[in-house]
Every structure is written in structure tokens, then in C-alpha cells.
Design a protein around this ligand. Structure first.
Ligand code: ADP
Length: 433
């Protein structure tokens, strides 16, 4: 870069001063005047640079080459830095926009652990807000495990911790360290997801497997014991013949358990909508009572009362299993021969299926758990009565598929009422009758 103006101006001033000096014969004064003018020009340029330093993002207004270059070079570099920062901010905004579609919480941390960006999921999970931007994450979320996990020197193993704001919620955090470059200092991305449901499902799966194994073990042990007798050549034939019919009960028990499990799986995995037809509930109730004849002490132990003529839009076999399960429970948990009522009535624009018994009843603390798989009020007593512990779980699933739900009213020692309400079917096709 030449300094043309820088040399040009003193040259012109010198020439003019020499010319006037010769002309006026006052060379000294003329040279002094030229020097003063030159100093005044430099002073003006200096003031312009000083003024520019107060707002260095503005283009400098200096006219002289060297003074201009003095201000223009840092101005250019500031401009480049601003463009880079703007591009980075735009990239960060874009990343955060993308992070919004991720269901997990995403937090971008700067080199000192300060929050640079976070999506809405992270705000909800850790009760953060935009006001926390720039603040250290460890100082905002005060869970000791989490604070330890945020330290950048540790191994970035996923951390499961209880939400600091809700003891019922389990969260899992993962830290991805971002290596530093000469341009960008290091930082980290924290991914947080809610694992409460997942944990619950894992526990449910474990207890389900444990329950099924437990339910199968007892009848299997009985069968194995009888088989030992049957294959023993030293046992006499009369005893073996006596043992044979005893195999029936444990085998039946295992069969009902497997049948119920398969039915439950089918109810959970197949859609119901295209299988629904108008179902005649009177016929379903009569069929269920007929099926239970073997369990009843007398033919008139169950009273049927069908006041409603409405049908239900549903799957007949499933509604049949609801009636069979409710009735067989009523029989099994009542004293022998005790009376049971099953009714199909109109109640407040709905149709109600109700089974009332005068049996042992259920204490209030058990009522909300009755439809859980394998839940029994009296474990050993219920098994002895031949139940699989899945009956009411099946009822719950079937009712859910028919837009209904099971309701129970019960009093210990007095009896129980199990009922559910259905929307009446509007189309009553004769084929279903
Ligand atoms: P189970 O095959 O053991 O009967 P269910 O799912 O049908 O399993 O019922 C769950 C539990 O609810 C039963 O073990 C029993 O303790 C209780 N229960 C169900 N129906 C009745 C009833 N009508 N009276 C009293 N207790 C009942």
C-alpha cells in the first residue's frame, strides 16, 4: 500500500511554502506556516480515528492513506468476525429448530458448561427457560448426580437420575463432548429423555415372566409327581389307574392359563373395528350361563334379567368371555349355592351389563388393582378356586375395545356388583340375532 497522499500533501505544502518564501522573501515564516497546516491536517485525522474507536463497526471516515489504513484494517477484521458470529448464531438457531422435532431434551453447552441453547423438551423436563441461557447448567439443575455427570473429565456413561422436580419421574442423560478446534472452543451436547414409562414396562415384563413361571410351576410339579408314579415299574397297576384321572386338574389349569394368555395377547394386538357386528346380549348372557352349568349347585342359582332390547356393536366371542369371567368369579367367590343375578338393562341412555353376587366381597384397598394381571385378593385362596388371575384383565381389555370400562362396588362379607355400560347399537342387523 503506497502512502501517496501522505507524501503528496507535505510535498505540495513544501513547494507552496518555498514558492511563497522566495516571492515574499520570508522563507522561515512560510515554512513554519506549512508545518502548522500539516500538523493541523494530522490532528484532524487523529481525531477522526479516535471518534471511530467509539463505534468501530462503522466504516472509518479518514481521508489520508495511512490514517485510513490504521482504522480500516481492524474495521475489516471486526466485520469478518461479526459475519462469522452471525453465521454461527444462524447455525445454532437452525440446530435448535431441528432439535425441536426431537422428543428428547437437547441442551447445548459452551466451554464452561454454560447453556448456549436448549429445546422445549429440555425446558419442560428440567424446568428451564430462555432466562437460563448463558448460566451454568450445573448451577441451575441441582441434582448431585447430574452435577457430577456434567463434569467434562468423567467417562460419558448415560446417567439415570430422578427428576429434581418430580420424584415419580426418571430421566436419563447422555453427554456428547464436542472436541475443540482452533476456531471453536470445546463444548458438549446433553440429551435427556424421560424413561419413566420404559422402566415401568421393564418392571412389568419382569414381573409378568415371574408370574407366568410361578403359575405354571405348581401344576407342572404335580404332573411330574404323578408321572413318576406312572412310569415306576414297581408301582401296582391299581394305584396307577387311580393316579391317571388326577392328572386332569393340573393339565386343565395349565391349559386355561395358556388359553387366557393367548386371548390377552390377541386382544392387545389385533384391531377390533372391522370385526364388530350388532350383538344380541340376551343370547350372549344365556350362552354364558349355560357354559357355567357345571359349576352351579342348582339350575336356578343364576337369575337372568334382560330388560333392554338393545344390541351392542361388538365382537360376540369377546362379550361372551366378559360374561363368563364375571359369572365364574361370582360363583367361585360366593358360598356354595349362593344366589347370583345377571342383568342387561337401560340406564341413562346406555345399556348396562351387571353381575351381582352375595359372596365374600372385596376390601376397598384392592378394588383399583383387580384388573391387573395375576392380581388376587387372597393369593392361595384364589389359586385353590382354580382361577388364573387373568380373568378381570381380559374383561378390562375387551371392555376397552368396546369403549366401555369395568366398575365395581363391593362390601366385605356382603357381596359384589361388577357392571359396565355400553352405547346401544344403532343398526340391528337381523343376521346377528
Ligand atoms: P382369578 O382367576 O384369580 O379369579 P380374576 O382376574 O378373575 O382372577 O380376579 C382377580 C381377583 O379379584 C380374584 O383373585 C379375587 O380375589 C377378586 N374377585 C374377582 N371377582 C370377585 C367376586 N365376584 N367376589 C370377590 N372377589 C372377586
Amino acid at each position: 500500500m503506497g502512502s501517496t497522499k501522505e507524501i503528496f500533501i507535505p510535498l505540495v505544502l513544501l513547494t507552496v511554502a518555498v514558492f511563497f518564501g522566495i516571492w515574499t522573501d520570508e522563507m522561515g515564516w512560510c515554512l513554519l506556516g506549512a508545518t502548522l497546516i500539516w500538523i493541523w491536517i494530522q490532528g484532524t485525522e487523529y481525531r477522526k480515528v479516535r471518534k471511530w474507536t467509539k463505534n468501530p463497526m462503522r466504516k472509518p471516515s479518514n481521508g489520508l492513506d495511512n490514517w485510513f489504513a490504521l482504522a480500516y484494517r481492524p474495521y475489516r477484521s471486526l466485520l469478518r468476525q461479526r459475519q462469522r458470529t452471525q453465521a454461527m448464531a444462524a447455525r445454532l438457531r437452525q440446530i435448535l429448530r431441528l432439535a425441536e422435532v426431537v422428543p428428547d431434551g437437547v441442551i447445548i453447552l459452551g466451554p464452561n458448561g454454560e447453556i448456549e441453547g436448549l429445546n422445549n423438551a429440555a425446558k419442560d423436563m428440567l424446568e428451564l427457560s430462555d432466562a437460563d441461557l448463558g448460566i451454568s447448567l450445573a448451577s441451575v439443575v441441582r441434582s448431585p448426580d447430574f452435577v457430577h455427570f456434567l463434569r467434562p473429565n468423567g467417562v460419558a456413561e448415560p446417567l439415570e437420575f430422578t427428576s429434581p422436580y418430580d420424584a415419580e419421574v426418571s430421566l436419563e442423560a447422555r453427554r456428547i463432548d464436542v472436541a475443540s478446534t482452533s476456531e471453536d472452543p470445546s463444548g458438549a451436547i446433553i440429551l435427556i429423555r424421560n424413561v419413566t414409562t420404559l422402566n415401568r414396562l421393564l418392571t412389568m415384563r419382569q414381573s409378568f415372566v415371574a408370574n407366568v413361571s410361578h403359575e405354571l410351576r405348581t401344576p407342572l410339579t404335580v404332573v411330574a409327581g404323578y408321572l413318576e408314579t406312572l412310569v415306576d415299574p414297581q408301582q401296582d397297576t391299581a394305584l396307577k389307574l387311580e393316579v391317571l384321572p388326577k392328572l386332569n386338574s393340573p393339565i386343565k389349569r395349565m391349559q386355561s392359563l395358556v388359553d387366557d394368555l393367548l386371548l390377552l395377547t390377541q386382544l392387545e394386538s389385533t384391531p377390533v373395528s372391522d370385526q364388530k357386528t350388532p350383538v344380541n346380549m340376551r343370547r350372549v348372557i344365556e350362552g354364558a350361563v349355560h357354559e357355567l352349568q357345571g359349576l352351579l349347585a342348582s339350575d336356578d342359582q343364576i337369575t337372568i334379567c334382560c330388560e333392554s332390547e338393545h344390541h351392542v356393536c361388538g365382537v360376540e366371542t369377546e362379550l361372551h368371555s366378559v360374561c363368563v369371567n364375571l359369572l365364574s368369579n361370582a360363583v367361585r367367590y360366593s358360598p356354595e349355592g349362593s344366589h347370583i343375578d345377571i342383568s342387561w338393562t337401560n340406564v341413562d341412555g346406555k345399556c348396562r351389563l351387571a353381575v351381582q353376587d352375595a359372596g365374600v366381597g372385596i376390601a376397598p384397598e384392592h378394588l383399583h388393582r383387580l384388573t391387573e394381571r395375576f392380581y388376587r385378593v387372597d393369593m392361595s385362596g384364589a389359586r385353590a378356586k382354580g382361577g388364573t388371575g387373568l380373568g378381570l384383565a381380559i374383561v378390562k381389555h375387551v371392555l376397552r375395545r368396546h369403549d366401555s370400562g369395568l366398575q365395581v362396588r363391593s362390601e366385605l362379607g356382603t357381596g359384589s356388583l361388577f357392571f359396565c355400560d355400553f352405547d346401544p347399537c344403532t343398526e340391528t342387523s337381523s343376521s346377528a340375532l
